[in-house]
Design a protein around this ligand. Structure first.
Ligand SMILES: Nc1ncnc2c1ncn2[C@@H]1O[C@H](COP(=O)(O)OP(=O)(O)OP(=O)(O)O)[C@@H](O)[C@H]1O
Ligand SMILES: [Mg+2]
Length: 237
């Protein structure tokens, strides 16, 4: 089953002065368990696309399904619940809460599932261990490096064991070594836990690890490579 599917999806930002079409009847299918990278120039609409798939924003038209659920059809409350349980977000600028410790930040999404504080904190520490931050669990984000903050954000995205992880330029603020570590970690989570991973990126480090590369240009999404296409390239090499 396709985990993420877009059919003829359109999105424009309209204001009194102008209207900007970001997606123009775009189609996309990402199967369960894939690791997909969306490439496109700055301003082409990668973040917009992730926000639509993650139901943080609504499309103007078309059909978006995540795990078979038509997200436009869900009322606000159900939508928030669906997002919380199904989707893990890693934002470009982390979006950590500055007054909470790393562990409290990671535990936060579980609060909405009614998980008790003790169990939340245990789950948070487990995920922090997974991203190599056990020793930093009690620090506030202001006392962590950029790469450490990014890993806290990843741990938070994982805390509800989401089927889908959406990561917006997950390596943009990281040095090369940390970027490699973070991507290896995400790839591991993708291959070991079977979480579908969709990254918006400019970074070759991300693209070379992906098994599908999607190009976003002039409102259209084109699959630039998927496993059979890579095979074809190899035959021609
Ligand atoms: N809330 C908004 N209101 C109006 N225009 C917006 C809004 N959000 C984004 N845009 C515009 O829509 C276009 C797509 O923006 P988006 O952030 O999705 O691009 P992007 O591909 O993620 O860019 P980058 O690589 O720089 O992160 C841009 O031209 C941007 O200026
Ligand atoms: Mg962006």
């Amino acid at each position: 089953m396709a985990e993420i599917s877009l059919k003829s999806v359109s999105k424009a930002y309209v204001n009194p002065v102008f209207s900007l079409t970001v997606l123009d009847k775009a189609d996309l299918t990402i199967p369960e368990g894939a690791f997909a990278a969306v490439q496109g120039p700055s301003g082409s609409g990668k973040s917009t696309l992730l926000n639509l798939i993650g139901a943080l924003d609504r499309a103007d038209g078309g059909d978006i399904r995540v795990m078979g659920t038509d997200i436009a059809s869900l009322p606000q409350r159900r939508l928030a619940e669906f997002r919380n349980r199904t989707i893990g977000f890693v934002f470009q600028s982390f979006h950590l809460m500055p007054v909470l410790t790393a562990a409290e930040n990671v535990a936060w999404p579980l609060y909405f599932q009614g998980v008790r504080r003790r169990d939340r904190m245990r789950a948070a520490r487990e995920k922090l261990a997974l991203v190599g931050l056990s020793d930093h669990a009690d620090k506030i984000p202001g006392r962590l490096s950029g790469g450490q903050r990014q890993r806290v954000a990843i741990a938070r995205a994982l805390v509800c064991d989401p089927a889908v992880i959406l990561a917006d330029e997950p390596t943009a603020n990281l040095d090369r070594k940390t970027a490699r570590d973070v991507m290896d970690l995400l790839r591991d989570i993708n291959s070991r836990r079977g979480a579908t991973l969709l990254c918006a990126t400019h970074d070759p480090l991300v693209v070379e690890r992906a098994n599908r590369v999607i190009e976003l240009s002039e409102g259209k999404l084109t699959m630039r490579s998927d496993p059979p296409a890579v095979g074809t390239e190899e035959r021609h090499a």
